[in-house]
Design a protein around this ligand. Sequence first.
Ligand SMILES: O=C(CO)COP(=O)(O)O
Length: 252
Amino acid sequence: MRKKIVAANWKMNLTLAQGEKLVNELLQSGIQLDAHKEVVIAAPFPYLIIVKELLKGHPGFYVAAQNVAAEKAGAFTGEVNAEMLHSIHTDFVIIGHSERRELFGDSNAIVAKKIDLSLSHGLKPIFCCGEPLEVRKAGTQNAFVAKQLEEGLFHLTVAQLKNVVIAYEPIWAIGTGLTASSAQAQDMHAFIRSQVASKYGAAAANNLSILYGGSVKAANAAELFACEDVDGGLVGGASLVAAEFAGIVKSI
Ligand SMILES: O=C(CO)COP(=O)(O)O
């Protein structure tokens, strides 16, 4: 049975005190996780050690970085590498988020390098894909996402893929209040799973968690998560309010 996962992507928000308060409120909000459910908190780099500490003794809660360097180590001022993240017990890392692709030039080739370095240092990548509005309007979203998968992810072995989570985040739904309908989400998730199945086989595809991201909130989470191929969510804005995020987690 594949894992159900809800991940909070705080992006560049919250002071440390606000982040600590949010985590503490979340831990006190009565979330019950079984062995097939996980909550991941993608906090800014300087908070990772502290959030990890706060989550100690709470099985099923994990921390993620929001990015990682595409280089191993060395003279790359301002960068944080996979080995460093592993050394502070980071569990997951978001790779290929559309904001990084659009604003910071993360091409499919760079995404692939980040995936490799993360896996080789024991981090689980949350690989993000998703199309812009003009592609959705043209109806070519499947081809667009297939290319992202092919160039960013499908160089992995089947054994490596076991440690990867995919997040489908249509760019037109991120931070806009426009959510993909559950039918649009299900269609794309089923398409992604079929691509994985033809490359890696049915078993690998069935075990892969595919999260939906883009204006997920407590009010629409249950409907999205009820879709057969939607295994949870990657949540931006609504992850910054404890009660709202807890409501989303309780919907998986
Ligand atoms: O980008 C996202 C999560 O990574 C989605 O952001 P919103 O939930 O704010 O739309």
